[in-house]
Design a protein around this ligand. Structure first.
Ligand code: ZN
Length: 120
């Protein structure tokens, strides 16, 4: 699958408050959560269409869900779901995001990473 993700620029003061990762629902202070955006594949991407998701900046979502990593001054929701259910939800959300990113799989085009082959 050819997707490229980048961390969006964080503008000034907006990130002082706590933010919650939309995948693992861990709350982090400051810049602990980043808006990760990906250019959509195919024509939509060439038109500048991108999708974004809020993710733990350290990408430790699965570690937080499993309790293997503790957020600093943040915290996690006190959930009634089991760890397994939370992991399922995390992976479900992630694949939903990738689905939005990729859209119609037949439109997926390889993204040149090294600039050695550019078309357009
Ligand atoms: Zn997370």
């Amino acid at each position: 699958m050819a997707v490229s993700l980048r961390i969006a620029e964080q503008h000034g003061r907006g990130f002082r408050h706590r933010s919650m990762c939309s995948l693992c629902l861990t709350t982090h202070p400051g810049s602990g959560v980043s808006l990760m955006t990906g250019r959509r594949a195919g024509k939509a991407g060439r038109n500048g269409d991108s999708v974004g998701v809020y993710l733990c900046s350290d990408l430790g979502c699965s570690l937080y869900v499993r309790g293997l990593r503790k957020p600093g001054a943040g915290g996690r929701l006190d959930e009634t779901l089991t760890v397994e259910q939370q992991v399922d939800r995390l992976t479900g959300k992630l694949s939903a995001f990738l689905d939005r990113l990729v859209g119609d799989p037949t439109l997926v085009v390889p993204t040149p990473q090294d600039g050695s082959h550019q078309h357009d």
